[in-house]
Write a protein that binds this ligand. Structure first.
Ligand code: ATP
Ligand code: MG
Length: 467
């Protein structure tokens, strides 16, 4: 961090105020002009002091959002400023550990000795200093590596309704990706889910090169918001050391909901679905900190819950605009047992053309066309109204359906290797092209009508729609 950035954060800390009232989750303090983001302590008559964050001002009063419950706070309690800038202790010793938003170990093992210190909220790298993203990051997920390849330093969203497989997909990436370091932020999950994720989805193998930052749903909103900054700060630390970091945030929607709680408590006006403007200001600030810097890369995946599978959900909408791609998990695929339920046709990796060879791109395009052709005719095919021969692309899509599924499906315990997956894709696309070619080629002595229907006459050709 630069000296000027450090100086900006230095402020006198001998400041005291007193609690005059509480409103919902917040306490309001008089004579306490601490800046937004500062950390303060409320001294209760009984019990240890309560930590709280300054979230705003109203009518000469400073609004404080506690980091734990407001129990026992009374009018007149003394408030003391602790610090105006927030730091986090970091080091390689964090690998394999589970910590909370403040950076304290919560996995029952001793607190790690951490040699370095970084700020929670750092400025994103300057736009012009950012090198272009030009190398793929193998995620270990075949459907993504082949059809939606992402680059080192790219930011993507995993969008879906509840229970379609976002967390399991992120867990697979943590285990199978070849990134040097993985940082996972579990924000707003239930406590039981966190344990399940760490023990079942991640396992000891996944945990070894991973740092897990946890803020469960019962923790105060400021802590849940902070967890995202903590995870990003740790990812930045490893990126500064030249690592290729994979940052997985589950879920950014719960982060946005926590910021909405804080915004409403600070008196912000609610907009769409009660989200306050600060939510939409904070999302890009968080996401912009990731990406490629001259030293290393942070490739980030954010899980986005789309309530009732509604694609106009405001957080999903905002995220789609900020990210370099989105992966849509479909409930229809999941209900058929097609996992990971990646809906390739609804998903997009904007940087894929920059990071794969032209052959790979073309092969992915061929498979996309087949998937699209099948989807467009699926209703007809399922009721038996589609006659083979009416459309060569659909014919190939039907014939290669199993192979395409074998490419896109993947068991939870199955690791996919990037080069092998790529080879599989190229072979499949080459076969598809060959089959399509042979279907298009006119049979010896055939006329033009027969060109698309090799074994039928024009009169026998089935209409595409049942009459
Ligand atoms: N790859 C997979 N293989 C088999 N089953 C899966 C797979 N992915 C998801 N599932 C099934 O879907 C369920 C929900 O998965 P998961 O918890 O990852 O969803 P989610 O989208 O994270 O849900 P939420 O929105 O509640 O966080 C799992 O309990 C499992 O039964
Ligand atoms: Mg989940």
């Amino acid at each position: 961090m630069e000296a000027s950035e450090l100086l900006e954060q230095i402020l006198p800390t001998a400041m005291y105020g007193s609690v005059v009232r509480t409103v919902g989750m917040t306490a309001a303090a008089a004579d306490f002009p601490a800046p937004v983001g500062a950390l303060a302590e409320i001294h209760r008559q009984a019990g240890p002091p309560l930590l709280a964050e300054v979230i705003g001002f109203r009518d000469h009063l400073t609004l404080l959002y506690p980091l734990s419950r407001l129990n026992g706070v009374r009018r007149g309690d003394r408030v003391r400023l602790i610090r105006t800038s927030r730091w986090l202790r970091v080091g390689r010793e964090l690998l394999g550990r589970v910590i909370n938003a403040q950076g304290e170990a919560i996995d029952g093992k001793p607190q790690p000795m951490l040699p370095d210190r970084v700020p929670f909220d750092r400025k994103p790298p300057e736009p012009c200093s950012r090198p272009r993203i030009d190398t793929p990051l193998p995620t270990g997920i075949r459907a993504i590596d082949t059809m939606l390849t992402c680059g080192r330093g790219q930011r993507l969203g995993i969008f879906s309704g509840a229970g379609v497989g976002k967390s399991i997909l992120l867990g697979m990436m943590a285990r199978f990706s070849t990134a040097d370091v993985i940082v996972i932020a579990l924000i707003g999950e239930r406590g039981r889910e966190v344990r399940e994720f760490i023990e079942r989805d991640l396992g000891p193998q996944g945990l070894a090169k991973t740092v897990v930052v946890v803020a469960t749903s019962n923790e105060p909103a400021v802590v849940r918001v902070q967890a995202a900054s903590t995870a990003t700060a740790i990812a930045e630390y490893f990126r500064d050391q030249g690592a290729d970091v994979l940052l997985l945030v589950d879920s950014i929607t719960r982060f946005a909901m926590a910021q909405r709680e804080i915004g409403l408590a600070a008196g912000e006006p609610p907009t769409t679905r009660g989200y306050t403007p600060s939510v939409f200001a904070l999302l890009p600030r968080l996401v912009e900190r990731t990406g490629r810097s001259p030293e290393g890369t942070i490739t980030a995946f954010y899980s986005v819950l789309v309530e009732a599978d509604d694609p106009t959900e405001p957080v999903a909408d905002a995220m789609r605009g900020i990210l370099d791609g989105h992966i849509w998990l479909s409930r229809t695929l999941a209900s058929r047992g097609h996992y990971p339920a990646v809906d390739v046709l609804e998903s997009l990796s904007r940087l894929m053309p920059e990071v794969v060879s032209p052959q790979h791109l073309e092969a992915a395009q061929t498979i996309r066309e087949l998937l699209a052709a099948y989807r467009d005719h699926e209703d007809l095919i399922s009721i038996g109204a589609y006659r083979r021969g009416s459309n060569p692309t659909v014919d190939v899509a039907m014939e290669l359906r199993e192979e395409i599924h074998a490419l896109l499906r993947q068991g939870r315990e199955e690791r996919s290797v990037f080069e092998e997956a790529q080879k599989q894709l190229l072979e499949l696309a080459a076969r598809a092209a060959q089959m399509r070619q042979s279907k298009k080629a006119p049979p010896p002595g055939g006329n033009s009508a027969a060109a698309t229907t090799p074994n039928r006459t024009a009169a026998q050709r089935a209409p595409l729609t049942p009459s």
